[in-house]
Design a protein around this ligand. Structure first.
Ligand code: H2U
Ligand code: ZN
Length: 340
């Protein structure tokens, strides 16, 4: 029987995590009765004397930021992980297990300009951010199994400060989301002797309908199994284990594609688009990481307008993730906002 996935409820499989997601495209056809209000965002000053990320300002712990010109990295004054933590396993009972965890948390200011976002920065300055991502991964990867580079952007995402910044957390364990991807990519490699994500990239190139933007070295798709309405996956077109594999041309083209993708996001609802994004690459472990392919996830919470957010509640908390608008529709909407 011919089935149109754009009409019928169905589940899609995420080979990267081994999980399923429920898609209900027929619900996206229902009339939208709420207002699609335009949010006017106040223009921020280029420098805010109250901002703890702006150059020359005082931070919570009493340190003063240098008069930095491009990027600036500092140890998070409220770090969730601490380097001088010994590694001890505590098992008071087989059902009560814990392990102390050494790690480090850093804050990375993308620019001295308080009023910009990554999307609004020059490609050259975005490339400087890419360089710092690489340096941080390289340095912390020598001491920790996992280095998580991420950006949490927008008040709606719980980001406390609009000054453009991201974070780096390193810890000596493989976190849950990463472990799922590690197991799936490793299993695929053992069976196929090829990379799961590079095979996926080839399929998406062929189908084209989920491609948002691409350039010489990078491709952005709304993955077939996307959970968030406008979720995207950014991946290099050639084998890359980690950010530390990126050479000059890869970094430039990455900066360029980030500029295009993030501008398209901003144009979608005419606001500085909120999201959580982050990098996944091979963990720093002794076991084989041959199946790994570097990639970044963009998880934006917005659904229909600048203020209508998708909530992961009810069925999603208790059963599995669900979406209405299909990834194919989302890709089409995003392509419309591409600047060049
Ligand atoms: P978010 O708004 O994305 O959470 O990032 C701000 C981070 O900056 C947050 O993790 C840290 C917070 O702990 N911070 C400092 O390190 N020093 C300060 O003076 C204030 C905030
Ligand atoms: Zn600032």
């Amino acid at each position: 029987m011919e089935i149109d996935l754009h009409q019928r409820p169905h589940r899609r499989f995420n080979p990267l995590t081994g999980e399923w997601i429920l898609v209900s495209p027929q619900r996206a056809l229902r009339p939208w009765q709420g207002q699609v209000e335009r949010v006017t965002e106040a223009r921020r000053p280029t420098y805010d004397p109250q901002c703890y990320l702006c150059p020359r300002n005082l931070r919570a712990n009493g340190d003063r930021n240098p008069n930095y010109r491009h990027t600036f990295v500092f140890v998070n004054d409220f770090s969730a992980l601490l380097p001088d933590t010994p590694r001890v396993e505590i098992e008071e009972h087989p059902l009560l297990r814990a392990v102390t965890m050494p790690g480090e948390c850093r804050v990375l200011c993308f620019s001295p300009r308080h009023d910009l976002s990554l999307a609004e920065m020059e490609v050259e300055d975005i490339r400087r951010v890419v360089d710092v991502w690489v340096e941080q991964t390289n340095e912390l990867g020598k001491r920790y199994r996992w280095v998580q580079i991420f950006e949490n952007k927008g008040e709606i995402m719980g980001c406390s400060n609009p000054h453009p910044h991201g974070q780096v957390w390193a810890l000596d364990a493989i976190p849950n989301e990463v472990m799922k991807e590690h197991l799936q990519q490793t299993r695929y490699y053992q069976e196929q002797r090829r990379s799961l994500l590079l095979d996926y990239l080839a399929v998406e190139k062929q189908r084209a309908e989920r491609i948002v933007v691409e350039n010489e070295y990078w491709l952005v798709v709304t993955p077939y199994w996307a959970i968030w309405p406008f979720e995207t996956l950014l991946l290099p077109k050639i084998p890359m284990l980690r950010l530390t594999d990126l050479k000059k041309p890869h970094r430039w083209t990455l900066a360029e594609i980030l500029k295009r993708l993030l501008t398209a996001y901003d144009r979608l609802f005419q606001i500085s688009f909120p999201y959580s994004m982050g990098w996944h690459g091979a963990p720093f472990i002794e076991e084989s990481v041959l199946g790994w392919q570097l990639h970044a996830h963009f998880y934006p919470p917005l659904l229909r307008s600048a203020t209508v957010k998708k909530f992961m509640v009810g069925f999603e908390m208790l059963a599995e993730a669900q979406r209405d608008i299909t990834p194919e529709q989302a890709a089409e909407r995003l392509r419309e906002g591409l600047p060049f």
